[in-house]
Design a protein around this ligand. Structure first.
Ligand code: ADP
Ligand code: MG
Length: 487
């Protein structure tokens, strides 16, 4: 493709605009009102309690707002969405109901998160329409929504491509293209889809590429679709302090049992366990469940609905251990993950960093527990070198297992047949449980309503009684079918 012309558009490409503060090299926080953002947008940011930029925002917003193409690299949770969301919103002409910005994301979950964050940031203007276009849901309603018009679309490459091929999505008015989590999109084999979609965008546009890692493929992608991009790269600074890594040597056949041992010793509420193969995932889940752990597998072959259900159970703390391959775990963003267990150490240090970066977020420390055979020790050495630490080796025999009480998930998920299409809202479910059924607010956890179903987490100890009372009562004036899901 030779869509990208030489620089004739008159857009800034060299040194940043003199009127714009240069990005602090350290990426230190910057008050938002130091940036050329509309006043109403600054109000929204205050309402959202965004007091100052995160480091990646401080480094990339001045450049993106000045019109540069950008390659920005920062780890998950660093605030990349606003780093591209604010510039694309600041540039929108709301009176023109046409797609002016498009964000490509690797998975539906990520696209949904980005859509929600952009909608929040867009509150400063009453009428900005942000539309999610992802696979796994019917085309028809998306086509109808597109016909009604949208300013911003967020979606997965495959589905966006479908809409382009069928003519339901027009990009003539597009001025900003964002590739979010570009490394993941490449891993998932979206290269050609991205190329197709980028080829349909006007060549005069701003392209912003965000990525958690910087593998070689990213440079090639950028060379093809970005024009004289500025690079913003933030070293992973604090990650190591907050993630405590331990390495245990073990020979291969014994490692699945060793996972159970680690769980009984560390007793994390939520653990993500990585295996290198799907078969190993299945074996591990089977072994853990046989020993009374609430473990579920996340597997790349699952239907979207099953996958959603597993993720809901994990996020609401009714599943203690989620077992996944790297492919299946792509795009997972989980708050409050106490531990990551590497059942196999991956040969790729970048993947290792990405895996363990899911714990130790926010205020809390996290454990990264690694099982490796003597043959894997070379892998550990290269990871340690890449991350700049001295690996801490421990013996499995040192672990004290608290066998008196099995490690159980604090919550249980109840599945209610009926969802948005039945006009059920979270408040109705909470009302039913705390009203007629007589439970307290504290005994009820996360409530997730999907089109067809409703998932409500309740304290494990009241689950049976909650099923009984909900089944006996009514929801929105109707009888409902309820059952507890196996954790
Ligand atoms: P990333 O894409 O880098 O993984 P996100 O964009 O999803 O990170 O942001 C992570 C979280 O931080 C979100 O909940 C977001 O609302 C919040 N956030 C982002 N920027 C700021 C900010 N400047 N101040 C406060 N919270 C922020
Ligand atoms: Mg993100």
């Amino acid at each position: 493709m030779s869509e990208i012309p030489d620089d004739t558009s008159g857009r800034p490409t060299g040194a940043p605009d003199a009127a714009v503060a240069p990005p602090p090299a350290t990426g230190l926080a910057l008050p938002f009102d130091h940036l050329p953002l509309p006043a109403a947008m600054l109000d929204t940011l205050r309402q959202l309690d965004y007091r100052a930029t995160t480091p990646i925002q401080a480094a990339s917003l001045p450049l993106a707002l000045a019109g540069h193409d950008l390659i920005a690299q920062a780890k998950t949770g660093s605030g990349k969405t606003a780093a591209f969301g604010l510039p694309l919103l600041a540039r929108l002409d709301v009176r023109k109901l046409a797609v002016q910005a498009m964000v490509l994301c690797p998975t539906r979950e990520l696209a949904d998160q980005v859509t929600q964050e952009i909608r929040r940031l867009a509150r400063f203007e009453a009428n900005i329409k942000v539309l999610a276009l992802c696979g796994g849901t019917p085309m028809r309603p998306q086509r109808d929504s597109l016909e009604h018009g949208a300013h911003v679309v967020v979606g997965t490459p495959g589905r966006i491509m479908d809409h382009l091929e069928r003519g339901s999505l027009k990009l003539d008015a597009l001025n900003t293209l964002v590739l979010d989590e570009a490394d993941r999109m490449l891993d998932m084999g979206f290269h050609d889809d991205i190329a197709f979609v980028a080829g349909r965008c006007p060549s005069k546009r701003q392209t912003l590429l965000f990525s958690a890692t910087y593998p070689e493929g990213i440079a090639r992608l950028a060379a093809r679709f970005l024009r004289q991009p500025q690079e913003v790269k933030l070293p992973e600074q604090h990650a190591h302090d907050k993630i405590r890594q331990r390495f245990y040597e073990i020979e291969h056949p014994a490692r699945l049992q060793a996972v159970a041992k680690l769980l009984r010793h560390y007793r994390p509420v939520s653990t993500l366990a990585f295996c290198n193969t799907r078969q190993q995932c299945r074996d591990l889940v089977e072994l853990l469940r046989a020993q009374g752990f609430a473990a579920l597998a996340l597997n790349g072959e699952m239907e979207q609905r099953e996958r959603d259900q597993v993720l809901i159970q994990f996020a609401n703390r009714s599943c203690s251990v989620l077992v996944a391959t790297d492919v299946a775990a792509r795009g997972l963003d989980i708050a409050q993950l106490e531990a990551v267990i590497n059942v196999d150490v991956t040969p790729d240090p970048e993947i290792h960093i990405h895996r363990i970066g899911r714990t130790g977020r926010g205020e809390d420390d996290g454990w990264a527990l690694n099982l490796c055979s003597s043959a894997d020790k070379r892998r550990v050495a290269s990871i340690a070198q890449r991350m700049g630490f001295e690996p801490e080796w421990h013996a499995l025999d040192e672990l004290e297992e608290d066998a008196s009480e099995p490690l159980q998930a604090p919550m249980t998920t109840l599945l209610i047949l009926g969802g948005r299409k039945d006009k059920i809202r979270p408040a109705d479910v909470l009302g039913a449980l705390t009203g007629e059924a007589g439970f307290s607010r504290e005994q009820v956890g996360k409530i997730t309503v999907t089109d067809q179903n409703t998932y409500v987490a309740v304290e494990r100890t009241i689950a049976r009684e909650a099923v009984r009372r909900l089944s006996a009562g009514k929801l929105k004036g109707k009888k409902v079918k309820v059952r507890a899901l196996e954790g």
